[in-house]
Ligand binder design. Structure first.
Ligand code: GAL
Ligand code: CA
Length: 332
């Protein structure tokens, strides 16, 4: 009897003092800026699958593109006693209060997809960011267009040696909107082609908005005067493709074709590429970003070694997942 008592006391003691938490006790509170986003859906699926694999519990909240809603969700997760937060902020510039709350509760926080400033991340040693380098995707999508333009002299519809393009941009202030827009155009210049922006608009990553905008542009400018469409993501590229099809472009006839590029490599974009409706895209690796986010979260919550999760951590803060060009060989 006495022996059992001592044994169970020891057991209790070990349980309370151990800095390590078993994976099956870990609760992850994850916040996504908006569920209705094709790329973030892939991201969510990757995180759910990896959590199941790790035996951790994950709860994912839909911020509905509203920072106030998301802040409430973060408060609720903290009150609920989650061991770690994964946050895809609605407004990346509003990340500081989130970091402050996590710090006050001593809960690690892993940001994904929308990058807080270095200053914000540096204000808490348990704050991290996992994403992909936006400039890299910009460069790669610009290269896709430049390669096509060089391989297809007929793509220079007005024979002026310059590339008249339309730019469709994601949400204002998003690093992927700013840097993809900039670097795609830089890559065209670097390839020795003079880019001429004939129109641009913000379409908030959204297919329908992009389609409406592109319909208006095609009407105003005339599709015969558009030599390329560069979209900050696939959904907007697909919206542009729909609009061009309304003008009887990009339906298979090479004389009525405008190269369109996006970013993400969502299944719907790959399908459009297979059908010859869209030129190319850049793989935004949701699987690896989601897996890395959960592995890092589990390591942080369990007192494990963050450097042993299989992903390089830069500056004790960042995990960068590389982008990759995807084409169907039309560039050759
Ligand atoms: C980007 C992605 C977009 C959109 C956005 C949301 O990385 O390319 O499609 O999902 O993130 O923040
Ligand atoms: Ca031209």
């Amino acid at each position: 009897m006495r022996k059992i008592f001592i044994l169970s006391l020891t057991f209790l003691f070990v349980l309370t003092l151990s800095p390590f938490t078993q994976a099956d006790e870990i609760k992850i509170g994850a916040c996504i800026y908006r569920f209705n986003d094709a790329f973030m859906l892939r991201f969510r699926n990757a995180m759910s699958a990896e959590s199941e694999k790790a035996g951790a519990k994950i709860e994912i909240a839909d911020g509905q593109d509203d920072q106030t809603t998301q802040n409430d969700q973060i408060d609720a997760f903290i009150a609920d006693g989650v061991n770690v937060l994964i946050v895809n902020p609605v407004d990346r510039m509003a990340s500081q209060p989130i970091i402050d709350k996590a710090k006050a509760a001593n809960i690690p926080v892993v940001f994904i997809n929308r990058e807080p400033t270095a200053e914000m991340l540096n204000s808490y040693e348990k704050a991290y960011y996992i994403g992909a380098k936006a400039e890299e995707s910009g460069t790669q999508s610009g290269e896709l267009i430049a390669e096509y333009f060089k391989a297809h002299p007929e793509a220079d519809k007005n024979h002026d040696g310059k590339l008249q393009f339309i730019l469709l941009k994601g949400q204002n202030g998003h690093q992927d909107m700013i840097l993809r827009s900039k670097y795609s155009v830089e890559a065209i210049k670097a390839a020795g082609i003079e880019p001429v922006e004939i129109a641009s608009a913000i379409a908030n990553w959204d297919k329908l908005q992009a389609m409406n905008i592109m319909n208006a542009f095609a009407m105003a400018i005339g599709p015969e005067n558009i030599e390329a469409v560069i979209a900050n993501n696939d959904e907007m590229a697909l919206g542009a493709v729909e609009a061009l099809k309304n003008s009887d472009y990009n339906k298979g006839d090479k004389d009525f074709y405008i190269p369109v590029v996006g970013v993400d490599a969502n299944a719907s974009a790959l399908e459009a590429m297979d059908k010859g409706e869209m030129l190319g895209t850049v793989l935004n690796d949701a699987d690896n970003q989601g897996i890395a986010a959960v592995k890092l979260a589990v390591a942080l919550a369990s007192g494990g070694d963050v450097n042993a999760i299989g992903y390089d951590i830069t500056d004790s803060k960042y995990i960068w997942i590389p982008y990759q060009k995807v084409t169907r060989g039309e560039n050759k």
